[in-house]
Design a protein around this ligand. Structure first.
Ligand code: NI
Length: 194
């Protein structure tokens, strides 16, 4: 990416950090930054994607998350893109990628563009492996769920994510994280079984 794109990424990071700090007590800013790093790692290996669109869509993918914000039509993401005077074409590509990721979250639909596929993979990678385990138990604790319910979530969702990856490079990373989940469950079984 060019130097000015670099500056843009830095201001996007500052924007989402303050957005989450003001509206969600900093909640999920860490997730967003990890998704951004995952997305950059995947896009290096994928041909023919627009790296700037991937970066911005990853950084803004939860900026209008319904659980945290009460915005319509990706208002928070659009505000950043507008304030930075990005061409309409880029704005729509970024919003389209974000939309395909959040839409498919509920519908299990595969994003149509390479940028959407990469951001979806990057988001899903953050749900598995060591970080996925930490997030699952943190979420369960926050919602007063018993530990067993969090463990059940591994079987209901986390262990299915490896096979849902869109890109080859994400699948390779998912493979390692999946193996770690299985090793963790095996160890947990040993320690808790009578
Ligand atoms: Ni996310």
């Amino acid at each position: 990416m060019t130097l000015s794109n670099d500056k843009l990424i830095h201001s996007a990071i500052a924007y989402i950090t303050s957005l989450f700090a003001a509206n969600a007590g900093g909640h999920d800013a860490g997730h967003t930054l990890r998704v951004y790093r995952n997305a950059m790692r995947i896009s290096e290996a994928e041909q023919g994607c627009d790296e700037l669109v991937v970066a911005l869509a990853a950084l803004l993918h939860d900026a209008d998350d319904h659980k945290l914000f009460h915005t319509e039509n990706y208002e928070n993401a659009r505000r950043f893109l507008r304030e930075n005077a990005l061409p309409d074409e880029t704005v729509e590509a970024v919003i389209g990628a974000i939309d395909s990721v959040s839409f498919s979250r509920n519908q299990e639909r595969v994003p149509e563009t390479p940028e959407g596929k990469i951001v979806q993979d990057a988001d899903r990678l953050d749900a598995i492996g060591a970080i996925g385990i930490a997030r699952t138990f943190a979420y369960g604790g926050e919602h007063g769920r018993p530990m067993e319910a969090s463990v059940q979530h591994f079987y209901d969702k986390l262990l299915r994510l490896r096979d849902l990856m869109n890109t080859e490079s994400a699948r390779r990373i998912a493979e390692e994280r999946h193996a770690f989940l299985l090793a963790y469950l095996e160890e947990l079984r040993k320690e808790t079984e009578e």
